[in-house]
Design a protein around this ligand. Sequence first.
Ligand code: XMP
Length: 579
Amino acid sequence: MNPTPQILVLDAGGQYCHLIARKVRDLGVYAEVRPSDAPAAELAEARGIIISGGPNSVYDPGSPTVDPAIFASGKAVLGICYGQQLMAYLLGGKVRKGDKGEYGFATLDLAEAADPLFSGLAGRQQVWMSHRDVVAEVPEGFTAVGSTETCAIAAIAAPAKRLYGLQFHPEVVHTTRGREYLSNFVFGVCGCRQDWDPRHRVPMLEQEIREAAGNRNVFFFVSGGVDSSVAFALCIRALGEDRVRGVYVDTGLMREGETDFVRRLPGVAVEEAGELFLGALAGATDPEQKRRIIGEAFVGIQERIAQERHLADERWILGQGTIYPDTIESGGTANAAVIKTHHNRVEGIRKLIESGRIIEPLKSFYKDEVREVGRELGLPAELIERHPFPGPGLAIRCLCSEFDAPVRVAEEGFIIPVNSVGVQGDSRSYAPVLAIDTADHDRATYLINRFSSVNRVIAAVQTREPLASMQVSACSLTSARLDRLRRADAIVRRLSHQSGYDNKVWQFPVILIPLGCGPAWPDSIVLRPVDSVDGMTARSVAIDAGLLEQMQAELMQVDGVAGVFLDLTHKPPGTIEWE
Ligand code: XMP
């Protein structure tokens, strides 16, 4: 039994909403998420309320709102990002529509304030921003206590009413003192006491699995990644080896050596299906279409295997390693912005979920927590420390194009007509990429904030011909292009591992883009090393010159490669993957 939540987080549709609840739980205080418009009377049990961020403007018709009675109840309320704007707007302040917004790092100047929320925090500090609109005038009774260069009202307070707002995100790791803000709110303002031990989760998870499975057995499709392996191991621990089975489907979209790695895992059988997937993907260029095709092919195989192994009867249910970001990023919660269709949220799987024949023990966890659970289960470090790899595999790292299009020379650099996905102000956008000639991360951030038509900046490391004369060619997913990407990825992984660079990055996607110079060299490689804690936000990481030179030299030897680039974009505004 979980304790009564002391903090309730109201979901205004932001990607970071559940992260807030979990950060509060990490402080030892039990917190839960509720819909934003929950009536104040239903929130009475909590000591404090946090209103999350969200992609909307308070002026959008139908944008999430809260019961205004919460502001008059005497209960402490903290609004974060959109939550701050909503609080200001509902209480009579003014919100101004932003034109270009502010994404990524900012420096906050926080005034001295004799108030528990800001206790010990005055001064300059790094915060993380992701917004367009801003509060332009505080409501009566409030004062502005913090500002950044582009946001005059970045923290507000009405201590007498116990109401507070922060324009930045204290819940993400890039706000360096974020934990202190949350801790001050939870303990200093709300007076919560510790009632939650994060280590309780393994026995709690086992119990949940036993309850969900009843007397049925669990069948898993393992991917060799951390999530499905930890979920698999948890089920074995909860139910015993005899009641849990695993199959790994080789989709032909795996990295070099991957299937051999998985063959070494205990209790897992391998199913070869490369031809089926490549056949289904022939001619597809649209990212969402590619994801859908893969998801459907996967479901088809799942159903076939289940039939062949007589798993279709009522004695079996499906286990999955879905983690929290998989569900929010496909609109799995009430308000989260619809971002992309993950393979484990396609129609066929949804039906299984609706009929209750599915177990997803990790679905409210973030990657770093999944690793902790894995460690508690005693799984080997080689498995736990693996970088995450997306379900649709290399397919979403092999970009395609419907059209031929030349590179365009612009004042600031070169516009590469390849659309990549980005996240700006909590909603996603596909936009062309800007290439510049130096690996300057600060300049990249500046350029993205300045030009709203671009969400990603890359540096040209080496190209076979001048960038201005290169072009994007129409192409789809072929086995030749996948082989090219697989070889490039294997080179980067080897060099990254040998040099120890592996340990500096959280994930290191290698992307193939159809930017070339003639039919002999149709593609280029983009390196995308990022640091992150949970994949929700990320920093592009620099590579030292010697290692980059080695990678570039070997990559340029790969058949058909016309150039090598380095992605300089943080998340936000650029997602980790390019599709
Ligand atoms: P983005 O690109 O959204 O990625 O910044 C965040 C994390 O999610 C992974 N990712 C996926 N995982 N299926 C998956 O199983 C997908 O379609 C997918 N897209 C992104 C990504 O690798 C990163 O770790």
